[in-house]
Write a protein that binds this ligand. Structure first.
Ligand SMILES: NC(=O)c1ccc[n+]([C@@H]2O[C@H](COP(=O)([O-])OP(=O)(O)OC[C@H]3O[C@@H](n4cnc5c(N)ncnc54)[C@H](OP(=O)(O)O)[C@@H]3O)[C@@H](O)[C@H]2O)c1
Length: 150
């Protein structure tokens, strides 16, 4: 089972200015759509509340603090070989132990403060760069695919 964290970040490692920010600065939505289509996408309630439209064609699981990440991953693994973790920072941390791959798109913007990729708990492991994927319709942005070496 591959559990893939997918996220756009600023150059200084933030994913949002604050928890209720509607993300308008990212340029990799088309790639996100291509990669997650027909897949299960897990996201936190704050992130879900910031969406301006539903993620059509994806099986979206919105998690709250009452949900057990292990149970959610185990249930998906019964039917699917991969799923995506799509933020925010708290949710990334809660699922950190299960993440096998990280898809990061650094953007040319600095926030100085805000929500980090991980709120607290992170994966303490090395990663290996698998591929740099050009982000369609952008001027030189890349998404970096890392695998987690456990
Ligand atoms: N740049 C990107 O690619 C990207 C991707 C995704 C999200 N974002 C941004 O990230 C921001 C949201 O991130 P976030 O970290 O605030 O939220 P989040 O991870 O989307 O949602 C918060 C999660 O943490 C839980 N939680 C809240 N307080 C908690 C506590 N004290 N103890 C345990 N669990 C707790 C919530 O449960 P309850 O529902 O029970 O409170 C919910 O499951 C938004 O601005 C969004 O736009 C950016």
């Amino acid at each position: 089972m591959r559990v893939k964290l997918i996220c756009a970040t600023t150059t200084d490692g933030y994913i949002a200015r604050h928890s209720t920010e509607i993300t308008t600065w990212t340029k990799d939505l088309l790639l996100f759509k291509q990669q997650t289509m027909n897949k299960t996408v897990i996201m936190g309630s704050n992130t879900y509340n910031t969406l301006e439209s539903e993620l059509s064609g994806r099986n979206v699981i919105v998690v709250t603090r009452k949900d057990n990440p292990k149970t959610i991953i185990q249930n998906i693994a019964k039917k699917e070989s991969e799923c995506f973790i799509a933020g925010g920072g708290r949710t990334n941390s809660r699922f950190a132990a299960y993440i096998t791959d990280v898809y990061l798109t650094p953007h040319p913007i600095l926030f100085g403060k805000g929500i980090r990729l991980f709120y607290d708990e992170t994966i303490k492991a090395k990663t290996k760069l698998v591929k740099a994927i050009p982000v369609p319709k952008t001027d030189g942005l890349f998404q970096y695919h890392f695998s987690v070496i456990k």
